[in-house]
Ligand binder design. Structure first.
Ligand code: AMP
Length: 180
């Protein structure tokens, strides 16, 4: 996102903690809890996430379990949209649609409530981080199967070396604050 200055990016990056070998050996986990705990970086991140969608028509923000639930509802409020959780298997109580995907550290499935959105609804997908892009792509599948239209991606950071962005449909606008 070009509008974000280098000094702001630097400030946000300073609040992302690298945790080696979590959740398993060889993975460097990007922990956003320090960024959330600081009132200043919490507000800055919230504002920057909303900026690119201010003039877009967004019906729903879909947040991906679990860290997509942290800023997702806030982003939805800012865009005058609703919030829909996409969750790991067995967590959503009503009838669900399911889709399997690959993660940087394993494979998993995601679910959405079958009645979560109306056909033709404009949806922004949000998560804290994109690694391979498998999770976000699974969310695209779920939303499209329900007849929704994915009109944007919103991430706090991307792991550049995994090139997740290139696995997402190129025609859908992609917004990510930090590249690490
Ligand atoms: P991917 O499907 O490979 O793009 O993985 C993205 C999902 O896994 C997001 O929900 C992230 O929160 C989580 N994730 C993957 N790798 C990391 C990492 N190194 N640090 C923190 N979260 C990660």
């Amino acid at each position: 996102m070009e509008v974000t200055t280098e000094s702001i990016k630097h400030k946000l990056l300073g609040k992302i903690r690298n945790v080696p070998d979590f959740p398993k050996p060889g993975i460097q986990f990007k922990d956003i809890t320090p960024l959330l705990a600081d009132a200043d970086t919490l507000e800055i991140t919230s504002n920057i996430l909303a900026e690119p969608f201010k003039s877009a028509e967004v019906d729903y923000v879909v947040g991906l379990e679990s860290r997509g639930f942290l800023f997702g509802p806030d982003l939805a409020l800012k865009l005058n949209a609703g919030f829909i959780p996409v969750r790991k298997p067995g967590k959503l109580p009503a009838e669900t649609l399911s889709h399997s995907y690959e993660l940087e550290y394993g494979t998993d499935s995601l679910e959405i409530h079958k009645d979560a959105l109306q056909k033709g609804a404009n949806v922004v997908i949000h998560d804290d981080l994109i690694a391979t892009g498998g999770t976000a792509l699974a969310a695209v599948e779920l939303i499209q199967k329900l007849g929704g239209k994915v009109t944007g991606f919103s991430f706090i950071m991307e792991l550049k070396f995994l090139k997740g962005k290139s696995n997402l449909p190129a025609e859908i606008p992609y917004h990510c604050i930090l590249s690490v």
